[in-house]
Write a protein that binds this ligand. Structure first.
Ligand code: ZN
Ligand code: FE
Length: 240
């Protein structure tokens, strides 16, 4: 069973602390700031087995070398982006299984935000580390991919079980909420999520992980009818 805890870093990023209960294995997703992450690892006994990288942007990878040097963690990232990622110990592709303690991650190739973006799904625990592909109530910008690619990537993630925990790379939920409400003002599931998001942020707590089933009910980008509709929504959000 794998658990995931958001660790706020930088301005609005989350790294994710993963723990496999059966083995005690510890992982980090997208470690980009060493201070708070070393503190979190030390608080758990100073063990770091695996670093999972979703994509090459500095706000997701910047502390990788320091943490690997300090703890000897294995670094996992997408083979297709090996030239732009920190040095990888394990270069992975769509469908690969990455052992993690007594559990494992399944690799999902989800281009769109970048052309080499990967997501990691841990079936034991239903944890999805999805970087800047899917956010709560939003999705990543199309820096390198087409709307068709991103739409297909989101559909791939949406096919996971509804209970899946969406562990994304940023706390963007409140601003995504404003756009979502402008698109879908009469959606009761979104209205309920809006109240929850406002209360959670007012208390200074993370709005994520969210549940995939809730995202499918509330997130306008997962509710897009087809790639053309998705492209129109993404362009509108870029100007919002
Ligand atoms: Zn990014
Ligand atoms: Fe990012």
């Amino acid at each position: 069973m794998v658990s995931a805890t958001p660790l706020p870093i930088l301005k609005d990023n989350y790294a994710w602390l993963l723990v496999d209960a059966a083995s005690g294995a510890v992982g980090l997703v997208d470690p980009a700031e060493e201070g708070p992450l070393i503190a979190a690892i030390e608080a758990r006994g100073g063990r770091l087995d695996t670093i999972f990288l979703t994509h090459h942007h500095a706000d997701h990878v910047a502390a990788t070398e320091v943490l690997k040097g300090r703890y000897g963690a294995q670094v996992v990232g997408a083979a297709i982006d090996i030239a732009r990622l920190p040095r990888l110990d394990l270069a992975v592709n769509e469908g690969d299984r990455v052992p993690f303690g007594a559990s494992h991650a399944e690799v999902l190739f989800v281009p769109g935000h970048t052309r080499g973006h990967a997501a990691y799904y841990f079936p034991a625990g239903g944890v999805l580390a999805c970087g800047d592909t899917l956010f709560s109530l939003g999705c990543g910008r199309l820096f390198e991919g087409t709307a068709e690619e991103m739409f297909a990537s989101l559909r791939k993630l949406a096919a996971l079980p509804d209970e899946t925990l969406v562990c994304c790379g940023h706390e963007y939920t409140e601003s995504n909420l404003r756009f979502a409400l402008s698109v879908d003002p009469d959606n009761p599931a979104l209205q309920r999520r809006a109240e929850e998001v406002r209360a959670v942020r007012a208390a200074g707590r993370p709005t994520v992980p969210s549940r995939l089933g809730e995202e499918k009910a509330c997130n306008p980008f997962l509710r897009a009818r087809d790639a053309a509709h998705f492209a129109e929504l993404r362009a509108r959000k870029d100007r919002f």
